[in-house]
Design a protein around this ligand. Structure first.
Ligand SMILES: Cc1cc2nc3c(=O)[nH]c(=O)nc-3n(C[C@H](O)[C@H](O)[C@H](O)COP(=O)(O)O)c2cc1C
Length: 191
């Protein structure tokens, strides 16, 4: 199972990326799982002007990102909440590439806020976003409120009480992702 975590804060001094680092470690510890982080701060994409397949001069970063999206069997959309919704870099990404990069893949939702409400408004909006991409929304989400109380900068979990939520998110996400990949293998074998 190849899991791509899309970390979508491009803000200097960001805090949500620490959750991406933590989740990457968690997925790494599961047998049969390979994980990569697509960091949208590192892989800067152009502001959307035309879709990737019709972009006559895609940047090196755009080609690398296309490779990462295609590599993934499943994805985690990880976003801070800004003004009640998800990060603009995430919307820019999904609009730039084709639905084919997301279609029929399990996609998990992780929202991050320094506040107590944990980015729930962006989480609900991402359910609609993933449906529009014809991805499969993983129903167990991981909304992370008060993020600086829960995670260190290097991704270490600070708050043992939050362990259960992380464990449930990872295991429920992999249950769905594995089921979808198994179904695709069956369909390919029957074809
Ligand atoms: C422009 C802006 C808008 C924000 N709007 C919200 C919001 O609507 N809801 C919320 O819970 N937090 C909001 N916050 C607080 C962020 O959730 C918090 O800054 C968080 O650390 C952002 O993640 P980041 O550090 O990875 O960028 C906002 C922060 C910024 C900079």
């Amino acid at each position: 199972m190849k899991v791509l975590i899309i970390s979508s804060s491009t803000r200097k001094g960001r805090t949500s990326h620490r959750v991406a680092l933590h989740l990457a470690n968690r997925f790494n510890g599961v047998a049969g799982v390979e994980v990569r982080i697509l960091d949208l701060m590192e892989h800067k994409l152009p502001m959307f002007e035309e879709v990737y397949v019709r972009d006559e001069n895609p940047t090196v970063a755009a080609k690398e990102v296309a490779g990462m999206l295609n590599w993934a069997d499943s994805m985690v959309f990880l976003t801070p909440e800004y003004n009640g919704t998800y990060a603009p870099a995430l919307k820019n990404l999904v609009d730039y590439y084709n639905k084919t990069e997301f279609i029929k893949k399990a996609i998990g939702i992780v929202t991050v806020s320094t506040g107590a409400l944990a980015g729930m408004r962006s989480a609900v909006q991402m359910q609609n976003l993933i449906a529009a991409l014809f991805g499969y929304v993983a129903p167990y989400m991981l909304p992370v409120g008060n993020v600086t109380d829960k995670f260190e900068e290097d991704g270490t979990l600070k708050l043992p009480l939050f362990e259960n939520s992380v464990h449930n998110f990872v295991s429920e996400f992999l249950w769905l992702a594995d089921a979808i990949v198994a179904k695709k293998e069956l369909a390919a074998a029957a074809a």
